[in-house]
Design a protein around this ligand. Structure first.
Ligand code: NAD
Ligand code: ZN
Length: 371
């Protein structure tokens, strides 16, 4: 088992990474949970796969299971209210410990319930998707969507402990799994050329969920995220680099009404576009751009984007800018493992980058046919 410390300004905690960790969860949870009640916010899709194992692991504690239907549509304040109400009816007081068990949605919703219930109770994150292990469950961002946009209501609330058992992702649907791999590639590009080389060399093992590859991807991602969050918990500066590929990725998600692509897939596309933009601005050598792009595209096709227009996607970037004080911060690569922030690149360059990324994906075998 690997123990990775996270030292954020508001709290320090450990992320534990190891295959089979769920089975021995009691031991790691005991110092926090002894004599307290656990309220497990659990994605009901996850229950059939891992519910019994979790309950078996927690038998020595006083556990109240709160199964809940989740998914991006249910990441709303109404779900938070429902869970808080269920906790109160079950007698939860300020000493309650919330356990968020599921993917990024369970983590964000469970984390926000914990941040707000009686003005804040402890939360333990046990992420069950690759995306939530390599990204969402570390760093303390919690929250929900509004009808008008994603993640608009929330709080920073660091967990007391994060338990990561890479075996849990073996039951994930293939597409959700692959979407998480793009966030691993992101970590490599922003901070860790060795991780990026690993993703290139061991693509087969990564795609096949080989245990050693899983542990490496999860642990390295956590270390990178922990280092960034330690420096900048609230995204005043350095933490922005975690948004690599996200500015154009979010624009693509908006243009497709958040219905066609998984978040990680949109980030994969956004990283291709960011590479093109960096090259056109003279920041990234064409050979480096090409090899990073090849690596991303080799992780497979995404749903067809052939009906989309680069101009419309770039307009979403320009639209977002109005809401954040007139500045668009693009994270752009200088080489593998090193990025910098560039503010307000020319609109035409953004359009061209979006165009080139659409064209790059259109050329991936099978891209146009898989929806
Ligand atoms: N807080 C953060 O810092 C942060 C960072 C990145 C993403 N996020 C958020 O994370 C969310 C996306 O997370 P996600 O991709 O994990 O989505 P998700 O939680 O919706 O999970 C994806 C799907 O997999 C199912 N599932 C979960 N674990 C499973 C398992 N072990 N076996 C089988 N099925 C399983 C879920 O029910 C769901 O259908 C978004 O809402 C995003 O905003 C938050
Ligand atoms: Zn992301």
């Amino acid at each position: 088992m690997q123990r990775i410390p996270v030292q954020a300004a508001s709290a320090s905690y450990e992320v534990l990474v190891g295959a089979g960790l769920l089975r021995s969860a009691a031991e790691s949870i005991a110092p926090i949970a002894e004599g307290r009640r656990l309220f497990v916010v659990v994605d009901q899709n996850v229950l059939p796969h891992h519910g019994a194992a979790l309950e078996a692991a927690l038998t020595k504690f006083d556990v109240t299971m709160l199964p809940v239907e989740l998914g991006e549509q249910r990441k709303r304040l109404s779900t938070v209210e429902d869970l808080a109400q269920r906790m109160h009816r079950a007698g939860a007081d300020r000493s309650a410990v919330v356990v968020a068990f599921g993917g990024g949605v369970a983590g964000d919703v469970g984390g926000f319930v914990a941040a707000s219930y009686m003005r804040g109770v402890d939360v333990i994150q046990i992420p069950t998707t690759l995306l939530s292990q390599v990204d969402a469950s570390v760093g303390g961002k919690t929250g929900v969507n509004l009808a008008s946009g994603k993640n608009l209501v929330g709080a920073f609330h660091q967990p007391r402990l994060v338990l990561m058992d890479p075996e849990l992702v073996l039951s994930l649907p293939a597409r959700d799994y692959r979407a998480g791999l793009y966030e691993v590639i992101k970590h490599g590009i922003i901070r860790d050329a060795a991780l990026l080389a690993f993703m290139s060399q061991y693509r087969g093992a990564a795609l096949q969920r080989d245990p050693a590859a899983l542990e490496r991807m999860v642990a390295d991602s956590v270390r990178i995220k922990a280092a960034v969050v330690a420096d900048d918990e609230r995204e005043g500066g350095l933490r922005r680099i975690l948004n690599y590929g996200h500015t154009l990725g979010h624009a693509l998600e908006a243009e497709t009404q958040h219905s066609r692509l998984l978040h990680g897939e949109a980030v994969g596309w956004g990283m291709v576009a960011a590479g093109r933009l960096a090259e056109s601005l003279g920041l990234l050598h064409p050979d480096d751009r090409a090899s990073i792009e090849r690596l991303i595209l080799d992780y497979g096709e995404i749903p067809s984007l052939s009906d989309l227009h680069a101009e419309a996607i770039a307009d979403h970037v320009a639209g977002d800018k109005k809401t954040i004080g007139g500045t668009t911060n693009f994270v752009l690569a200088e080489h593998a493992g090193k990025v910098r922030i560039v503010q307000n690149p020319p609109h035409e360059s953004v359009v061209r980058a979006a165009h080139d990324a659409l064209a790059a994906y259109a050329a991936v075998p099978g891209a146009a046919t898989s929806a």
